[in-house]
Design a protein around this ligand. Structure first.
Ligand code: 3H9
Length: 677
């Protein structure tokens, strides 16, 4: 039998119950059983006056064990455990450090008193897994912290620091940062004789009549498409409406089970694990020694280079940024400062942090200054000859062991690496624009890229708070390669009879932040254009030839006013008609299903090809790319997960109906009822 993760200590008449279940003290079956047994002992033992629950390791309970959700339930269930802690006839104190999240927060609410170190955070992030706090959290939170705080915590899911939780009444006392155990014991001694024992379930909810409706309105946009926020709000509303605790709990249970059985929660839980899995590289051991990264070099101070530099500066890693011309360097540095100042103006950064970040930046015109950098990222014009020239120069000056990275979004890393004498040190680091905001980083593994280079880059990605995914060398890597069939089909659909509005509406209705044509207008219709107004080979060329370059020229697939508000364009409709006439195409009615099949199923098909070619490690990596790089709705779990929920047979049939060659692995998975891997 394996040892219980729960042990107890006696400090005079206080029984301390300690959990040691690394890495995050998830409340798995053994933990729940251990706590139940310890509480029973404490209640039965006449020499115990009060109890303290605390955790060893880096954190208090970070929640229910998510890996158990798909397994048969084991007693005691978390709601039962929380109820039995609360029912204890001796007071129980929760002593909190790290993050008391989800079920962990609910355990603290079952306890009668809560003490936390200043650095602790407390919250109910279940909504991010498509769920709600299902162990009484939705009913105890509003009773302890009020309706507004309960709404914020449950429906948005962001944890709050101990100080804020203290102000809200969620924490009774703040302990010393290094004296939690002693302070919790002292607290237990203070409260051990107080009767009646304060129980959250017995408190009344303070009326706050307009809070729920106001919160719903304020956040409608943010919650668009998601099921879980509404369910969280409904549970809090139930508590706020004067329902008894028992009725509130019954409602919470019903809603929890409904969400748990739904596709959205399955998708969101899939992404939780997919994101963590993505950082693991199959043939690079987790304990690979990393190369030290003390200073980063960035070549190019344009939008991309500047954004890339900011990631490192924010993380406290010094950056040398190189440009060829003094004015470009000055402009780039100025933009970085402006961006930081804007963040500070929104209260998300302190002025001294802005100064510290700027002080860590060394702008220079001297390429040779990169010689002292451990990681050098090239972010210049997307042109192979330019990249080759830069990597030849880098090879001559970079110190031995320095990692040489290119931010290319399409080009062949192996071809770039081949101009150096150290292809093992060359890697792709494809950031997504705006590089200081977007969470995705595609790490492109060349044929010769060394394992420790990959491991180091994955580690650096974590330090700059990116979600990194490894991609192989292929045109457009994972994300942009899958974008291509979507764009091609969207343009063909226009020719055949669809409108930009219709296609964009289908995509936005699906949950994407914008449709293909809204995206084209934002990025620039002229991107990749041959710049010859007399050569009109497709609708995009026709728009570009008329200076309809998108938002920047206030006209693209849509018309834009001064505030960049889009409206449907009569001129675009004419251009499309003219082009159809020229091509001899008679427009037909296009159904939304056809748009889905031709612009989304084709992406899934491309994803399957990428996997077959070994250019992505696993299907879930592709999902992570689309969620964090392109705003694919997380509640649909990424394209590959979504295809499974849509039904692979249906996807294959849709592709075949419109004449696409279907990837072998996709066909096989559809035929056998298996997964795309
Ligand atoms: C819940 O509580 C439901 C209840 O209301 C109702 C029940 C009826 N379970 O993130 P990290 C693993 S729902 C299982 O890299 P960090 C994670 O997969 C839960 N495993 O560390 C990873 O494994 P691996 C509500 C979990 O320091 C390892 O731990 N709670 C769980 O960057 C390290 O994780 C949440 O949603 C879990 N609950 O961040 C909190 N949590 O090493 C979810 C983590 O094999 N967790 N793992 O890849 C987090 O937000 C972060 O993990 C945390 C630490 C902030 C705690």
């Amino acid at each position: 039998m394996t040892a219980s993760p729960i042990r107890t200590e006696r400090h005079d008449d206080i029984l301390v119950i300690i959990s040691d279940n690394p890495p995050v003290n998830a409340l798995g079956a053994a933990v729940r059983q251990g706590i139940e047994a310890a509480i029973k002992d404490g209640v039965a033992d006449a020499s115990v006056a009060a109890m303290v629950i605390r955790c060893d390791g880096r954190t208090f309970f970070a929640g229910a064990d998510i890996t158990e959700f798909t397994k048969p339930p084991v007693s005691p269930l978390l709601p039962e455990l929380v109820d039995m802690i609360e029912a204890s006839t001796k007071p129980v104190v929760a002593a909190i450090h790290g993050t008391a999240l989800g079920g962990g927060c609910e355990v603290t609410l079952g306890c009668h008193y809560r003490i936390a170190v200043p650095s602790a955070k407390i919250g109910t992030p279940e909504v991010k897994l498509g769920l709600l706090p299902g162990a009484g959290g939705t009913q105890r939170l509003p009773r302890v912290a009020g309706v507004r705080v309960a709404l914020e915590l449950t429906a948005k899911g962001d944890p709050i620091p101990a100080k804020k939780a203290h102000e809200a009444g969620l924490i009774d006392r703040i302990a010393g940062e290094d004296s939690l155990v002693a302070d919790a014991l002292a607290f237990a001694n203070e409260i051990k004789d107080i009767r009646p024992i304060p129980r959250a379930s017995e408190k009344a909810v303070t009326a706050d009549p307009d809070a729920v409706e106001a919160f719903r309105k304020e956040n409608a946009r943010r919650f668009r498409g998601f099921e879980a926020p509404a369910a969280n709000i409904a549970c809090i509303e139930k508590a706020a409406s004067g329902a008894t605790f028992a009725d509130g709990i019954a409602f919470e249970r019903q809603e929890f089970m409904r969400l748990m059985m739904g596709v959205q929660s399955a998708a969101q839980r899939h992404i939780f694990f997919a994101e963590r899995q993505a950082s693991k590289i199959d043939d690079v051991p987790a304990d690979t020694a990393l190369r030290p990264i003390r200073r980063v070099g960035v070549i190019g101070a344009g939008t991309m280079g500047g954004g890339i530099a900011m990631n490192f500066l924010t993380a406290g890693i010094p950056v040398t940024i190189v440009e060829m011309q003094a004015d470009a360097l000055e402009r780039g540095t100025g933009t970085i400062r402006k961006n930081y100042e804007a963040t500070a103006a929104k209260g998300r950064m302190k002025p001294e942090q802005v100064d510290a970040a700027m002080a860590a930046l060394t702008p220079t015109l001297a390429f040779d200054d990169l010689a002292e950098c451990d990681l050098i990222i090239e972010a210049v014009y997307e042109e192979m000859s330019v990249k080759k020239d830069i990597f030849t120069r880098l090879d001559a000056i970079a110190k031995p062991g320095a990692i040489l990275a290119s931010n290319t979004s399409y080009l062949d890393i192996d071809e770039i690496a081949a101009v150096t004498s150290r292809p093992q040190d060359v890697v792709g680091m494809h950031f997504f624009s705006p590089a200081n905001v977007m969470k995705l980083l595609e790490v492109v593994r060349g044929a010769k890229t060394a394992g420790d280079v990959l491991a180091t880059v994955m580690d650096v990605a974590k330090k700059i708070r990116k979600v990194a995914v490894v991609a192989g060398v292929t045109y457009g890597f994972i994300g942009n390669r899958m974008l291509m069939p979507r764009q091609v089909e969207a343009t063909k659909l226009l020719l055949e009879g669809a409108t930009p509005e219709q296609i964009d509406r289908v995509h936005v209705g699906f949950g994407m932040p914008m449709g293909p044509f809204q995206m084209a207008d934002l990025a620039g219709v002229d991107i990749g254009w041959h710049r010859d107004p007399s050569r009109i080979e497709n609708i995009r060329d026709a728009l570009a030839a008329e200076n309809r370059w998108g938002q920047k020229t206030k006209a693209g697939f849509y018309d834009y006013d001064e505030k960049r508000t889009p409206s449907n364009s009569a001129r675009v409709a004419e251009i499309i008609d003219q082009f159809r006439a020229k091509e001899g195409v008679t427009p037909r009615e296009i159904g939304d299903d056809e748009i889905v099949a031709r612009t989304l199923y084709t992406m899934v098909n491309e994803g399957a090809l990428i996997l077959e070619e070994g250019k992505a490690q696993r299907a879930s990596d592709i999902d992570v790319v689309w969620i964090y790089g392109y705003g694919w709705p997380v509640y649909r779990g990424g394209p590959m997960f979504w295809a499974q929920t849509e039904g692979l047979k249906k996807v294959v049939a849709g592709l075949e109906q419109y004449g696409f060659p279907v990837a072998r692995s996709l066909k096989e998975a559809a035929a056998t009822g298996g997964q795309i891997r």
